[in-house]
Write a protein that binds this ligand. Structure first.
Ligand code: 2AM
Length: 181
């Protein structure tokens, strides 16, 4: 199983993102736009996960303690090299704390935390080739009035399974972990 851990979005945020996507999307633009059902904030990408590891994750993630906290979203951004257009998620002490608690919890299950800095984001579209990077970064700055997102309360995090497919990956929520102190 290919797994990752993330935070799902509040419905109001999904609605707002839908209007942003509609302003940016051009038919035949050749980009792979993520389906609204798949929008999330990744906390940790786990990759291939065995049944034993899955059981370990359920136990250890279930033991993570954290109060619900507010998540703020900023403007659009682009990872040039990866060819990803995204909405920036504000890196607050609470979000950092949750990400650290999650990666600490998964370590005994055989997952190593990434070395690169945590850059929380919501992926909206991916490029297919090298030329798309320029198109994606143009899109990130295209809107004259940058989108304003209302903050939302994160009340849970989720263990997702990813099913890669030709049109992009489909994500299924496998386990939900409610935030409470
Ligand atoms: P992305 O949104 O920037 O593509 C499932 O693939 C989720 O895990 C995606 O949100 C993806 O981030 C994230 N992810 C992080 N590292 C990854 C990796 N090495 N391979 C695939 N997905 C990764």
């Amino acid at each position: 199983m290919r797994m990752f851990i993330g935070i799902p979005l509040a419905e109001a945020v999904v609605e707002k993102l839908e209007t942003v996507r509609a302003r940016l999307y051009r038919r035949g633009d050749g980009l792979r736009w993520a389906a609204r059902e798949s929008w999330h904030i990744t906390l940790q990408f786990l990759g291939e996960t065995s049944a034993e590891q899955y059981a370990c994750l359920v136990t250890n993630l279930g033991a993570v303690r954290m109060e619900p906290f507010v998540i703020g979203l900023d403007g659009l951004g682009c990872f040039d090299r990866a060819g990803v257009l995204f909405v920036t998620v504000r890196l607050t002490p609470a979000l950092t704390a949750l990400q650290q608690r999650v990666t600490t919890a998964t370590e005994p299950c055989g997952f190593t935390p990434e070395k690169r800095a945590f850059a929380p984001h919501i992926t909206l579209a991916r490029g297919r080739g090298h030329d798309d990077a320029r198109r994606l970064s143009a899109l990130a700055t295209e809107l004259r009035r940058p989108p304003q997102f209302s903050p939302f309360l994160a009340e849970e995090f989720v263990l997702y399974q990813s099913f890669p497919g030709p049109g992009g990956s489909r994500y299924e929520r496998r386990e939900r972990f409610t935030l409470n102190a």
